[in-house]
Write a protein that binds this ligand. Structure first.
Ligand code: ADP
Ligand code: MG
Length: 257
């Protein structure tokens, strides 16, 4: 008898609408623990829509199909319960939360997921130690922990702050939506190192990116191209390389010519 790891995420014919407008027609996708999937697609093809729908953004409605996470019905769960179950989304455009201190925000989130995993909470002192260490690794000045969440942060600093959350929350599945956009070369290197470390511990990833150098560094198991509300192509790194060479507009048969 063979034992295979059941998928962590199972999407079956998932349809997503914003208001009356269907954005994703039918998405079927399995992601196993530790698997890394790169999601590509032209601007407006629905990559962010998929991440936001999985995270439970209230404006994004699943109108058909199913989504299971760790065996549970993801669509029946509140956003905070999806996060507690180990789902993490880094936003393409991380919002500012004026008045909420970054360290309290991250510690509260971290202790909520720790409680869900049956782990003891971290007190302010211990948290600050691990948060400062993680911030240093990510090249984020320590004083950013004392500022309101993303308030006045540059684009690249916001993305590093998303990485800080990822590093401390240690999710089961992380959706990284254009994490590299606005980041300098050291930031991109920090992404690769953090993803490799978490992946070796079993975290699965869905990475949205247009940047071939990052995609190659991540050594994805699977590369997907989203078009017309569905997964138009599935492949390996050679799919990402072809897209980087010829773009999204050309038909594959022309691209090969
Ligand atoms: P991508 O991340 O692939 O660039 P998005 O998921 O952001 O694409 O957007 C997919 C489509 O959904 C786009 O055509 C976009 O204009 C549309 N869209 C996104 N948000 C809304 C919204 N709040 N209301 C209506 N349409 C939206
Ligand atoms: Mg997007």
């Amino acid at each position: 008898m063979t034992t295979s790891t059941p998928p962590l995420l199972q999407l079956d014919a998932l349809r997503v609408a914003i208001g009356e407008k269907t954005i994703l027609q039918s998405i079927s996708l399995d992601v196993a623990p530790g698997e890394l999937v790169v999601l590509m697609g032209a601007n407006g093809s629905g990559k962010s829509t998929l991440g936001l729908a999985l995270a439970g953004h209230p404006a994004y409605h699943a109108t058909n199909g199913t989504a299971r996470f760790g065996g549970a019905d993801l669509l029946a769960m509140e956003p905070q319960d999806r996060a507690r179950a180990g789902l993490f989304l880094s936003f393409q455009a991380p919002p500012e939360i004026p008045g909420v201190k970054n360290n309290l925000f991250i510690r509260t989130a971290m202790n909520a997921v720790r409680a869900a995993r049956g782990e003891d909470p971290q007190d302010a002192y211990d948290f600050l130690g691990s948060a400062k260490a993680a911030a240093t690794t990510l090249g984020l000045p320590e004083n950013m922990l004392n500022r309101p969440v993303n308030d006045g942060f540059s684009g690249g600093e916001r993305k590093r702050n998303e990485l800080l959350q990822l590093s401390l929350l240690r999710p089961r599945l992380a959706v990284l939506d254009e994490i590299d956009s606005g980041m300098d070369v050291d930031g991109v290197r920090a992404v690769v190192e953090l993803v490799q470390r978490l992946r070796s511990e079993g975290t699965a990833f869905i990475v949205v990116s247009h940047y071939l150098q990052l995609i190659e560094s991540l050594q994805p198991d699977t590369v997907l191209r989203l078009a017309d509300g569905q997964i138009a192509e599935r492949g390996d790194i050679t799919l990402a390389q072809r897209i980087a060479r010829t773009g999204f507009v050309q038909a594959p048969e022309l691209a090969e010519a």
